[in-house]
Design a protein around this ligand. Structure first.
Ligand SMILES: [Zn+2]
Ligand SMILES: [Zn+2]
Length: 355
């Protein structure tokens, strides 16, 4: 098959790669119909270090991508919820399905693969191939994939594989309440989904902090009060009469945004950090302690949120409109990575279709 293959930092190449085979009875194979690039795919692209893998050193080539939907073409002997021909959306990360956290529905706390020193996120290392490909092996498919229900389009289905679940997770973990005030740092796809999710949770006022103008304009269209980071702290404190906001979601994951978050969160408020932090980021914990702020960091389990999220999307409480600004063919994947990384041309998110 053809796929986007990681050949080193900055070198994503559209080239031949071995067809995936079913390696475990609970796995299945899809023909990928659509896929997208996530901000976290840019870490290997930049040669960053993720967990124990240092991408500045040579690694074995692998297919990238953890946001994909497709049609089931082959199933393992222990797959019960899917059949050949089904259209499914796949969680960006896998759970072993056997450990206690997985059985409690907390796939993000899965112990199984960690014990085996194996990756949980697809397409971010040579341990687990991703779905920027014509065909893709879904692991533990009964747990990690779901049929695409009526009323959910391809764009929404892709958002449900990661970005929407992540934004929604931030809203849950920062305890957004009906009538509450919320601030979201970063208006990339995850931040944008956090804004929509906060309104769906009943937030009265949502501030969206973002340096890029068109992203602020998009946030304003969703009903948020969009602010440049340079003006955010002052403006939010003025607009909340010096109190600050109940909930902060940091989808930027930068030291600068975290410092601002500590200033605008109210006494007894909640901060959820979704952006993947690089080593050495400093957070003024002493300040948070004096304000009795609870700080949450984490990575969403995705699949455990689908039962709540699917109805919100089907009922159009969360729409995910206007997120996919650019379309590419799989053969143009290297260019898709380049434009997405360079933040060029008003790009927010790419939709990639196998040729
Ligand atoms: Zn992701
Ligand atoms: Zn597990």
């Amino acid at each position: 098959m053809k796929a986007l293959v990681f050949n080193g930092p900055g070198q994503i190449i559209y080239e031949s790669f071995d067809d995936p085979k079913i390696t475990k009875p609970r796995n299945l194979i899809i023909k990928v119909t659509k896929c997208s690039i996530c901000g976290s795919d840019l870490h290997p692209y930049h040669g960053d270090k993720i967990a124990k893998i240092d991408f500045s050193q040579p690694v074995e080539r692998f297919c990238t991508g953890h946001e994909m939907i497709g049609e089931v073409v082959e199933i393992g002997s222990d797959v019960y919820r899917h059949k050949v021909g089904d259209k499914i959306l796949v969680s960006g990360g896998r759970g072993c399905g056997e450990c206690r956290p997985c059985q409690m529905g907390q796939v993000n706390h899965c112990l199984g693969y960690i014990k085996g020193n194996s990756a949980t996120v697809y397409g971010i290392s040579n341990q687990l191939n991703g779905g920027h490909a014509e065909y893709f092996e879904v692991h533990n498919a009964d747990l990690g994939a779901i049929g695409i229900p009526d009323g959910i389009n391809d764009e929404q289905a892709i958002l449900l594989t990661d970005a929407l679940a992540t934004g929604y997770y931030g809203v849950k973990m920062s305890k957004v309440k009906p009538g509450g005030t919320v601030a979201v740092f970063g208006q990339g796809p995850v931040g944008s989904m956090a804004v929509e999710s906060a309104f769906a949770a009943g937030a009265a006022k949502v501030f969206a902090i973002e340096p890029v103008e068109f992203r602020r304009a998009k946030a304003a269209l969703l009903g948020a009060i969009a602010l440049h980071p340079d003006k955010a702290v002052r403006s939010i404190m003025e607009q909340t009469k010096g109190v600050g906001v109940d909930s902060v979601i940091d989808a930027a994951g930068k030291e600068s945004s975290l410092k601002q978050a500590t200033k605008i969160v109210k006494l007894g408020g909640h901060i959820s950090v979704l952006g993947i932090l690089q080593p050495g980021v400093q957070i003024p914990l002493n300040y948070l302690q004096l304000k009795s702020v609870s700080l949450h960091t984490g990575v969403t389990g995705i699949v455990d949120l689908w039962p709540e999220l699917l109805p919100l999307v089907q009922n159009r409480k969360i729409k995910g409109e206007g997120v996919f600004t650019h379309q590419f063919k799989l053969s143009e994947g290297a260019e898709a990575f380049r434009v997405f990384d360079a933040n060029e041309d008003g790009i927010l998110k790419v939709m990639i279709t196998p040729d």
